[in-house]
Design a protein around this ligand. Structure first.
Ligand code: CO
Length: 208
């Protein structure tokens, strides 16, 4: 791969933006006020802004292997805190995707070194939903369902944070669980029943 291409593309991108709007970069330089925090997988096929048709300035993005929200991950927790408390986003999305390599790896018995502790969080999701998952005989369907349940549990992990709880109470911030289907390009809202989940868990996780 010739990386010169990247800089050529960049020049074309700049002239494209300028032809749409003369002061595009002046405006962009003034600051950001995204209304959405997107937490997705690092997978190169799942391009956050592109698949949502959003441009620069419109979405605050965090990506890691298998779109995880882990309470001791200083990186993810800083992103959530900054987006919610300073940028004041009103929507937080966890977007998983079918055919996720991270989720697949967590379904297999293999020592993957430094990836083990990261992927163990997905194994924990499996354990929480073991009965439902083990009842699915088709391996592909089981894999798809684990992708969905992992999104759900990462949304629950968001709700366990003080920043989200505060914003939920003060300005009705919404958490959303989505899945991107890499086979069709379709973005699917899992319509997770947060009210139902919250009723069950808030007595344990309530902070603020
Ligand atoms: Co992935």
């Amino acid at each position: 791969m010739n990386l010169n291409k990247v800089f050529e593309n960049n020049k074309k991108w700049i002239s494209g933006k300028l032809s749409e709007k003369e002061d595009y970069f002046e405006e962009l330089g003034k600051g950001q006020s995204p209304e959405l925090l997107y937490i997705g997988c690092s997978d190169s096929r799942v391009t956050a802004e592109d698949l949502m048709g959003m441009g620069p300035g419109e979405v605050f993005v965090h990506r890691n292997i298998a779109n995880m929200v882990i309470s001791i991950d200083l990186n993810a927790m800083s992103v959530v805190n900054y987006a919610v408390e300073h940028l004041k986003v009103n929507h937080v999305v966890v977007c998983g995707h079918y055919a996720c390599g991270g989720v697949k790896a967590a379904m297999q018995s293999a020592d993957l070194g430094i990836l083990n502790p990261w992927l163990r969080n997905i194994r924990d999701v499996y354990r929480l939903h073991k009965n439902e998952l083990n009842a699915i005989e088709n391996e592909d369907k089981k894999y798809d369902r684990l992708v969905e349940l992992n999104v759900q549990e990462q949304c629950v992990n968001l709700i366990k944070t003080a920043a989200i709880q505060k914003a939920y109470r003060d300005r009705n911030l919404k958490v959303h669980g989505w899945v991107f289907d890499v086979h069709t390009g379709k973005l699917i809202d899992l319509e997770i029943d947060f009210e139902g989940i919250l009723k069950n868990i808030m007595e344990i996780y309530h902070l603020d």
